[in-house]
Design a protein around this ligand. Structure first.
Ligand code: AMP
Ligand code: MG
Length: 337
């Protein structure tokens, strides 16, 4: 179906309009603190199937269910462990998704056939207002075409989804900029399935944290991956992206000796003045890099970049999330200098 996609604000009136689209089985582009999502009623299998279609998302990649109240964890999940409640007290609402045994009311299409469901309560005001006004839990993957960088502004969503969905709420730029931290529970331990703004270091105050191997390693073909999203090439602009690992001096030496048509650098802000090739810097701190990574990757498409040399971020704290996304954007191509 072809839509004239309407750009809404987060006014009470517009939220009401968006909530009616959701309760009527439609899809709305929704701002959250992490990235923009494509939201539909999580219990409406047909509406959720439309999300997969709009994104071109593989059917075996489950959606996260977004709730408007901590008490709703119990409504969609069962056997919730004590650690989950403690984490919810500290991090909900916020960018933490917990994978839990699902209740039957979550249809198979939402959980991609798994008997678990990822649930989170977003902290973004417009997202919470939309969820609460619609009276639904909403399934919401990132609002990009499958494979592309996640959208961190309403303009990014329009770029990918114009004509494919009825409406997008413009809630400004997403403050976190990378998708939520995803965790599962295993014999009293926490397994980190996808790094995000809530870091492994913070989680380890609650239980031992196992960092899933697929956060930093490519899956072999046919290998079972606990977090299905981790097996796809992802977050990627059209250009070939290569991660350059080394200190600032060696990075600059490398990029300055690799100039060419369509070749760009993606340095830290502090490297920019030394770059002799065109560049889009993406911040200095891990938090800045998380907030600006996807916008920078999208910008390379606008510029028609063919090759991007990105300086490798730190790998601890929020940096692990930035590194994990960049690795996928680069198809795991790293050069050490
Ligand atoms: P996105 O909606 O694009 O942020 O992607 C959501 C990601 O969360 C998926 O690609 C999975 O990797 C992860 N996820 C969601 N639900 C589950 C689940 N039940 N089990 C494991 N991982 C999940
Ligand atoms: Mg996504």
């Amino acid at each position: 179906m072809q839509y004239k996609t309407e750009l809404l604000t987060s006014s009470e009136e517009d939220i009401k309009k968006a909530a009616e689209i959701i309760s009527g089985g439609g899809i709305v582009g929704m701002p959250t603190e992490t990235v923009y999502g494509l939201a539909a009623d999580a219990e409406n299998a047909e509406a959720v199937a439309e999300i997969f279609k709009a994104k071109g998302r593989p059917q075996d990649n489950p959606l996260i269910v977004h709730i408007g109240d901590i008490a709703d964890f119990e409504k969609y999940a069962k056997n919730v462990p004590e650690t989950a409640y403690k984490l919810a007290e500290k991090f909900c609402p916020g960018p933490l998704t917990m994978v839990l045994p699902k209740r039957d009311r979550i249809p198979d299409v939402t959980s991609a056939g798994l008997d678990t469901v990822g649930i989170r309560m977003p902290s973004h005001k417009a997202a919470l207002a939309l969820i609460r006004t619609s009276g639904k839990a909403v399934a919401a993957p990132s609002a990009n075409l499958s494979g592309s960088p996640s959208p961190t502004s309403a303009a990014h969503v329009m770029n990918d989804m114009n004509g494919k969905i009825p409406a997008v709420i413009d809630g400004g730029d997403c403050p976190v900029g990378v998708e939520s931290t995803v965790i599962a529970f295993e014999d009293g331990k926490i397994r980190l399935l996808r790094p995000g703004f809530v870091s492994a270091e913070e989680l380890s105050e609650f239980a031992e944290v196992i960092i899933d191997r697929h956060i930093t390693e490519a899956a072999e073909s046919g290998e079972r991956v606990l977090s299905p999203g981790m097996k796809y090439k992802h977050y990627s602009p059209k250009a070939n992206v290569t991660i350059i690992e080394g200190n600032g001096t060696d990075y600059i030496k490398f990029v300055n000796s690799h100039s060419g048509e369509g070749v760009y650098a993606m340095p830290f802000d502090s490297d920019e003045s030394y770059c002799e090739i065109p560049c889009i810097p993406y911040g200095d701190s891990s938090e800045e890099q998380a907030a600006r990574l996807f916008a920078a990757l999208r910008k390379f498409d606008e510029l028609g970049a063919k090759q991007v040399y990105a300086r490798c971020p730190l790998k601890n704290g929020v940096g692990l999330a930035v590194y994990n996304r960049l690795l996928r954007a680069a198809g795991f191509e790293i050069i050490s200098v």
